[in-house]
Write a new protein. Structure first.
Length: 98
């Protein structure tokens, strides 16, 4: 695409073959629950490429900020009370930041 700021969400062979646990991969994250990759595969969509050029307007900013604050509180609880054997939320980002 010759676009350095583009982001790609793609499926692999599992998605193409509509395996019920197929994921959609994007950068360092994935949609890996409920077989979303199989849904893309069923539609014969192998990848989606996007690049934003404008600001994002949030329809209900107060509600959005409330939800963001709830997520941040949950992350803080998980940091203070880790689940044995489960990587802490955002641990990868925290370690890469340093």
């Amino acid at each position: 695409m010759k676009e350095p700021n583009a982001q790609v969400a793609a499926i692999g062979l599992a998605g193409e073959n509509r395996v019920y646990m197929a994921s959609i991969e994007q950068g360092r994250s994935s949609a890996s629950r409920l077989g979303l990759g199989a849904v893309m595969g069923d539609k014969r969509v192998k990848a989606i490429v996007v690049r934003g050029t404008k600001d994002i307007n949030i329809a209900r900013p107060d509600e959005y900020m409330k939800l963001c604050n709830e997520v941040l509180k949950y992350i803080q609880v998980r940091i203070e009370h880790p689940v044995p054997g489960v990587m802490p939320i955002l641990a990868i980002l925290v370690h890469r930041k340093r």
